[in-house]
Design a protein around this ligand. Structure first.
Ligand code: FAD
Length: 360
């Protein structure tokens, strides 16, 4: 039996960012992380798009806060690790290829986003398909998700307050004090606090006091060779994003259980989508094809906070399509909650016992 201040279950972007934030509050943390095929974080496109879509005012404000934490978050990470994670804040272009899309986009414009005509759109991004205009989301952009995961891993490995165990947590007993995490090999880890950040697999942990409605939704991505796109480009069915010398296209939304394999059908769909957004993709070579499992909730919002009945058990899961965007904010919230028992952020929309609404 080992004892730590805090056990974090899961070693994706969310678990690592939370572990780092908690350790900087002075607590000793163990991250127990298994290497499941299909983890979302390394598969992610890394788009930071809080102003795209139809979020409520409260959830949009939280997402904008998350985005705006990024520059300082990456700067501090670079100071600790020497690793500089590429961040693009040059704006996202949301294309309207048909009149109906244009009307819907124009009707939903909010502050921080501006309608621009096709000529201006092509001046900003010469490679896009002819359309009827689009929206420039000025402050949004993208982060290099695999580089971020590598930097957070280095951060956690280099922190004397954090240990990293390559194990699977099979069960949690939150009724005991200290709490107990049971590992697949039969070992038990005791801790004063447990943070559950197990991505799409959270439902397989025995003993959690409440059911968490998190299901895996597979996303496939393709990487192409070819000329650089200057912006993240989004259409109604998917997106293009530049990462280093590759242009990525994503992402499918598939209910395939825990199957994280790629398919020829997925590749065909993504190729079609890329050409629809930019005809230049018709002649580009596919460099890589991969898939990951999004941890999806019914309302697409994460579950962040203490269990209402067991105040030393915390959830940081169900980040759905926005886990990269929300990683620094989640880490701040969990770091504050674990170390101080309260957070400066209004986390009501993320409450573990909220009533669940249908997909937006
Ligand atoms: C194709 C694709 C594109 C995406 N694009 C974007 C995007 O552009 N922008 C954005 O913000 N988000 C995006 N996302 C979503 C984002 O990637 C996720 O929301 C985020 O990565 C979730 O992070 P996580 O740490 O919760 O989960 P994961 O990265 O899946 O990590 C969970 C980890 O926990 C481990 N684990 C699970 N169960 C246990 C256990 N019992 N014991 C120990 N360890 C365990 C797993 O092995 C895994 O490593 C995308 C996702 C996909 C798949």
């Amino acid at each position: 039996m080992f004892h730590h201040d805090v056990v974090v279950v899961g070693g994706g972007l969310i678990g690592l960012a939370c572990a780092s934030a908690i350790a900087r509050e002075g607590l000793r943390v163990v991250v127990v992380a298994s290497a499941d095929q299909g983890a979302a974080s390394p598969a992610s496109a890394g788009i930071l798009a809080p102003t795209v879509g139809k979020a409520t005012d409260a959830t949009r404000a939280l997402a904008i806060t998350a985005r705006d934490l990024y520059p300082g978050f990456l700067e501090a990470l670079a100071e600790r690790t020497g690793l500089h994670v590429p961040l693009d804040r040059s704006g996202i272009l949301e294309l309207a290829l048909r009149d109906a899309e244009a009307s819907a986009l124009r009707a939903s414009l909010r502050s921080g986003s501006e309608w621009i005509d096709d000529t201006e759109l092509r001046r900003l991004e010469p490679l896009i398909a002819p359309g009827v205009g689009g929206v420039l989301h000025h402050e949004d952009g993208a982060v290099d998700a695999p580089a971020l995961l590598a930097a957070l891993t280095a951060d956690v490995r280099g922190d004397p307050h954090i240990s990293l165990f390559d194990h699977r947590v099979t069960g949690i007993d939150a009724a005991q004090q200290p709490l107990v995490a049971e590992l697949a090999g039969g070992e038990r880890v005791e801790a004063d606090y447990v943070v559950v950040a197990a991505g799409a697999w959270v439902g397989s942990i025995r003993g959690l006091p409440r059911p968490l409605p998190v299901t895996p939704v597979r996303g496939q991505m393709l990487a192409f060779d070819g000329p650089r796109m200057r912006h993240v480009v989004m259409g109604s069915r998917g997106y293009l994003v530049q990462r280093g010398n590759s242009s990525l296209v994503g992402g499918t939304m598939e209910h395939a259980g825990f199957d994280a394999g790629t398919t020829a059908e997925g590749a065909g769909l993504l190729q079609q989508l890329a050409i629809e957004l930019s005809p230049s993709f018709a002649h580009r070579r596919v460099r890589a094809h991969w898939a990951g499992l999004r941890p999806m909730t019914p309302d697409l919002l994460p579950i962040i906070g203490a269990d209402p009945d067991f105040g030393r058990l915390f959830y940081a899961c169900g980040h759905s399509k926005n886990g990269v965007l929300l990683a620094p904010l989640t880490a701040r919230i969990i770091g504050e909650l674990v170390a101080r028992g309260r957070t400066s952020v209004d986390v009501t929309p993320y409450a573990p016992n909220r009533s669940w609404k249908i997909d937006r």
